[in-house]
Write a new protein. Structure first.
Length: 1143
């Protein structure tokens, strides 16, 4: 019987989900709101009580501070000083009364005070002349004088009574307590202990106060205003007469430093109650308690409270703590209590403000009831809504489910309902209808595709057969290619070996070296072919491995012998720790030797110095062999890639060494084929360890072992590392070329080509050696290999380009890397040319000649530029000399002597008017003559030694010979003249005059040469016409304003040219974008309104706007950040302009 699956109703699930999703957030939010509101209400109540407590505490502190200040003011008042004086006033009158007991005649002190001292007795009842009457009448009059003032003071004060007490402790005056009159307060056993304690304390405080002032009499005046009189306070206690709780204040009456008496002030607790009542509590249930340290109430007990009030809040406050919390009151009722200690003039009271929790949290209880009702209502509404909503969703889903069941039964034409709805159910119905239609179409399409797949399968079968055939052809091609490669290689190596053996006669030493290189290169290519064949055979599982028992120690010794030549004088030690008695292993002996040779060769290749250790360890069923080196190590990120084929071909690595990168890949696969595993561990700069395991030989393997019957591994022949250049032609006049390559064969080939072509050649086998050679030699060109160990060709080229540009040192890269990206990288590193190996010697020679000629042409161009600069410099020097001559000749015009100036060739360059008069010719005519046309006497030799000659010389003047006194002066080279002849027509010139003239010529020559104005100052110091000449020359130099105008024009022109060349925009765009210059609205004119005026000195305004020029320079430099000579020139000109403006 088929079991029917019972499904859950989705309606129930949805309804439950709706209820949970609705009620849980609603309940949580309600509880959160209730908790938050409850906490806020509790905090409000607590804050309110704390505020009431703090207000009442402040009021009490202020009240008692006011009372203390009031008492200090009173005892310092005129009333207290007048009434409390011990020699006058009430105190003095009391002393005159004498014995009160005698005077009262058996009556009480109160009756005596009221009847005899405050009321005038009727006449006729007393003797007006008796001494007792006189003193009593005097006391009454003084009492009457001051009593009304005391009564008035008490009416406006909170005190209920004031006592005056003399120094002996006798009450000499009372306002409202006659029974206290004449009471003695000086003993502890007196009738009034509270007053006696008060008197004792105030007496002690007064004594200390007076003693403190007596010890510092110099400070009395300064402290008189700042130090207050002492005031003592006695806490509330039951009054001895009335039983009312009262407190007493006392203070001394001191006038001018003399203590007269004491004033006592009586305070009722009703006054404190009045102060506390002024604080509006705002709640009739709030109760305020003021309790003393004796747990007695300090307020009037109108509520019939117990005599001793004990509660946690009171205890906390009396212990000095302040706080608010829920506690039990003195009636053990939970209350919200705010308590704090109060210090009343040295007495600790407890202030407690309480509110019953029932009243404090009444609103919270109401809020909880409201929330409970709201949640119940919400649950009912949510349940009804969830039921309706779930039914609204599930009813159409049930219909869609029934339709789906019909479709699954094969009825693809079943009508789908609810497609007219505009909600997700409608979309689901529409999608279901589309799915129904799509299924019909897909079934049709599947039938069609099945037919196509059958056809494709037939095609795939055919292609697989073709691929298998192609794979078979590939294997055959590989075997054929191997045979075809081996045949020419065997012929090439064999013929070279035959020639080397003397098959065609003796071979010269240089030819032997070349043949050795041919044989070595052929064997190297043969090994590469063997490695490729082994790699492909292992890839397809065709490599034949013949495992048998092998002596690992013997194989290791053979490999070490074969590898010895690889050391090539390296400081590396080979340490063999493999013991001769090592058990035999099961392996292919030839392949094992091949693996050991590869591992040892790699260790030697990557170890510059140190040691290589070979060891073997017997494990349970295996032997582990380790090859450890102390080389450069392998980075961790490269360890997982070193066993991949052709990894060594990565030319970007600085660890590149010669090889194709197949050795480790082949070695791992060989070890795995022999039943072992090969793995590696390494640490950079510490070393590398290659380890492999091989299974131990079984007894059957050892029994079938046949020694000396297996072929051993043949190591490839090592290439010769020395170059043979002795027989090559040497051209000492040829260009020097540097060839850098790590392959000796390549060095030999290139060196032979270049030496035959007539070049001098030096070689380096690595990049570091090449850079070292460049420090001492300067080749004309470098041929640089790319793939070299350590520093590759790219790095060498980059370092050379930091010192030499492409013209100074052409670099041609020679590499076997011929890809486009390799060439691009070479040119990016600074190479002039890139040539791939193998290359044709004629092409190499042509490229070398082209680069050498280009370098020579560039050097000639630079030399031509240097010559042009030298020509311009000499032209400037010549112009300066001409200017110097002009200035010198202008100086000679102002002298009274006749002067002739001649150049080095004897031609007269200048003749002044005095000379024209002397020689009776115009000065212009004299300047067309040479000095030999006038001078008949040979120039003396003295002029060459002393630069000055004075004597008589013979001249031809108008066909007559005349002897003239002549001063001949050798002029400085800066003047452009050679000699100056000075004649004095009025007689021989004084030596001083000639010296002045000679000094003036020297100074003026220096000024004309270097423009130094200090020379003009020296010229002024010569006096007379030389000072005037210095002033004229100084005025002829451009002043600061002229230099500023010239600099403004130059800098504007340079900045505009830089702007146009860099941005490709016009001056119109500069004016418009910068906003510094006004422009015409007509852009076709390409003119600026004010910018053009700053491009020519003639149109520059008289007061140029140099700030606008500086802002323009800053704008151009900001918009044109490209570095270059033009930009640096503008920056320098801007700095000069700023410096000139600041001066």
């Amino acid at each position: 019987m088929q079991k029917t699956t019972r499904f859950k109703r989705l309606q129930h699930t949805l309804m439950l989900a709706f209820l949970l999703l609705s009620l849980i957030p609603l309940t949580l939010s309600s509880l959160f709101f209730l908790h938050s509101h409850t906490r806020d209400l509790a905090e409000q109540s607590t804050s309110h009580l704390a505020s009431l407590r703090d207000n009442k505490s402040q009021q009490l502190d202020a009240f008692f501070a006011a009372k203390e200040s009031e008492i200090q003011s009173f005892v310092s008042s005129e009333l207290a000083n007048a009434s409390g004086g011990r020699f006058y006033g009430i105190v003095g009158a009391f002393r005159q009364l004498g014995d009160i007991q005698r005077l009262s005649k058996g009556a009480s002190r109160g009756e005596y005070f009221n009847e005899a001292l405050t009321t005038r007795p009727l006449s006729g009842h007393v003797d007006n002349t008796s001494p007792d009457f006189i003193v009593q009448e005097r006391y009454r009059l003084i009492y009457k004088r001051y009593h009304w003032a005391y009564e008035a003071y008490l009416k406006r004060s909170d005190f209920s009574d004031i006592l005056l007490v003399d120094l002996d402790g006798n009450v000499v005056y009372t306002s409202n307590s006659p029974a206290l009159f004449a009471a003695s307060l000086s003993t502890e056993t007196a009738q009034y202990p509270t007053l006696s304690q008060t008197f004792s304390r105030i007496k002690t405080l007064t004594h200390e106060y007076r003693k403190r002032r007596a010890e510092n009499p110099s400070q009395q005046l300064n402290e008189q205003k700042s130090e207050q009189l002492p005031v003592t306070y006695t806490d509330f206690a039951a009054d001895e007469d009335t039983g009312e709780a009262t407190a007493w204040f006392a203070a001394p009456i001191i006038q001018h430093g003399y203590l007269h008496s004491y004033a006592f002030f009586k305070l009722s607790n009703r006054a404190i109650a009045a102060v506390m009542a002024n604080s509006s509590e705002g709640n009739q249930f709030v109760q305020t308690l003021l309790v003393g340290p004796d747990h007695s109430l300090r307020l009037p007990n109108d509520s019939q409270l117990p005599g001793q009030l004990v509660s946690p809040g009171i205890d906390q406050a009396l212990s000095g703590k302040t706080g608010v919390g829920s506690l039990l009151n003195y009636k053990q009722i939970p209350v919200l209590s705010a308590y704090a200690p109060i210090d009343v003039l040295g007495n600790s009271w407890a202030l407690v403000v309480e509110l019953p929790e029932q009243e404090a949290f009444a609103r919270i209880h109401e809020l909880e009831e409201f929330f409970l009702l709201a949640i119940l209502t919400a649950v009912l509404l949510v349940t009804l809504t969830a039921h309706w909503l779930s039914n609204y969703i599930t009813a159409p889903l049930l219909r869609l489910t029934w339709a789906a069941e019909q479709v699954s039964a094969g009825d693809l034409d079943q009508k789908i309902n609810s497609t007219d709805r505009r909600d997700e159910i409608g979309r689901l119905a529409i999608s279901f209808a589309r799915m129904q239609r799509s299924i019909r179409e897909k079934i049709t399409l599947i039938r069609e595709q099945n037919a196509e797949l059958e056809q494709n399968l037939a095609v795939i079968r055919q292609q697989n057969e073709e691929l298998q055939t192609a794979d078979k052809l590939k294997d055959e091609f590989l075997a054929t290619t191997s045979h075809e490669l081996r045949t020419p290689l065997h012929g090439m190596v064999g013929i070279a070996e035959a020639l080397l053996a003397g098959a065609n006669g003796p071979v010269q030493a240089s030819q032997q070296h070349q043949l050795d290189m041919i044989i070595s290169s052929g064997q190297r290519l043969t090994k590469l072919v063997d490695d490729l064949l082994d790699y492909h055979k292992m890839r397809y599982g065709d490599l034949d491995i013949r495992p048998h028992a092998v002596d690992l120690a013997a194989a290791n010794r053979l490999v070490l012998e074969l590898s010895a030549h690889l050391l090539d004088n390296k400081p590396v030690r080979m340490i063999n720790q493999i013991q001769p008695d090592l058990p035999l292993v099961r392996a292919d002996e030839q392949r094992l030797e091949q693996v050991l040779y590869n591992l040892v060769g790699n260790a030697i290749k990557y170890t510059s110095e140190g040691k290589i250790i070979l060891s073997a360890t017997v494990l349970e069923t295996q032997v582990r062999v380790q090859v450890v080196d102390t080389g450069q190590g392998i980075p961790a990120e490269q360890l997982e890639h070193i066993f991949e084929p052709l990894v060594q071909a990565n030319t970007g690595s600085a660890n590149y060494r010669q090889g194709a990168g197949l050795g480790l890949s082949i070695s791992r696969q060989l070890i795995e084929l022999m039943g072992g595993s090969l793995y590696v561990s390494s640490q950079p700069m510490i070393g590398t360890t290659f380890s492999f395991t091989l299974p131990l030989a079984t007894e059957a393997d050892i029994a079938h072992c046949q020694p000396a019957t297996q072929a051993h591994f043949q190591a490839p022949r090592q290439e010769q590392s020395t170059l043979e250049t002795e027989t090559l032609p040497d051209n000492p006049d040829g260009e020097l070329l540097l060839v850098v390559d790590d392959e000796p064969v390549n060095l030999q080939i290139v060196t032979s080509f270049l030496r035959i072509a007539g070049y001098q050649v030096i070689t380096a086998d690595n990049g570091a050696q090449a850079l070292k050679i460049m420090e001492s030699r300067q080749p004309s060109l470098i041929l640089l290999d790319v793939m070299m160990p350590g520093m590759n060709g790219y790095e060498v080229c980059q370092q050379l380009r930091t010192r030499y540009n492409m013209t100074e040192l052409p670099i041609i890269m020679l590499s076997a890397l011929g890809q486009a990206q390799d060439r691009v990288k070479g040119f990016e590193c600074g190479a002039n040319d890139y040539l791939s190996k193998p290359f044709h010697k004629d092409e190499l020679s042509a490229r070398i000649r082209a680069h050498l000629q280009a370098a020579q042409t560039e050097r000639q161009r630079q030399e031509n530029q240097a010559l042009q600069q030298e020509i311009r410099h000499r032209e400037q020097v010549q112009a300066a000399l001409l200017d110097t001559q002009t200035r010198l000749l202008g100086l000679l015009e102002s002298t009274s002597e006749a002067i002739l100036c001649a150049r080095e060739d004897g031609r007269i360059r200048y003749a002044n008017n005095a000379a024209g008069q002397l020689f009776q010719r115009a000065p212009a005519q004299l300047e067309r003559l040479s000095i030999q046309d006038l001078l008949l006497t040979q120039l003396p030799d003295e002029i060459e030694k002393n630069r000055h000659y004075h004597g008589e010389l013979i001249y031809r003047i108008q066909e007559q010979n005349q002897t003239l006194a002549t001063d001949l002066i050798q002029l400085p080279a800066e003047s452009g003249l050679s000699q100056m002849f000075v004649f004095d027509q009025q007689g021989p010139s004084s030596g001083e005059r000639i010296a002045l003239l000679e000094n003036a010529v020297d100074v003026l020559s220096g000024f004309a040469s270097d423009g130094d104005k200090h020379n003009l100052q020296r010229l002024r110091e010569l006096g007379d016409e030389f000072s005037q000449l210095a002033d004229r020359l100084d005025l002829s130099q451009p002043d600061k304003a002229d230099r500023l105008r010239h600099l403004l024009v130059d800098v504007m022109k340079s900045s505009l040219l830089f702007w146009e060349s860099t941005t490709g925009k016009s001056k119109f765009d500069l004016a418009e974008e910068s906003g510094l210059w006004r422009v015409y609205l007509d852009r076709s004119t390409l003119q600026t309104r004010t910018l053009d005026k700053y491009l020519h000195l003639e149109t520059l305004p008289k007061t140029p706007r140099w700030r606008t020029v500086l802002n323009t320079l800053d704008f151009v430099l900001e918009r044109c950040p490209q570095p270059g000579a033009e930009r640096e020139n503008i920056v320098e000109m801007r700095n000069q302009l700023q410096l000139m403006i600041n001066q």
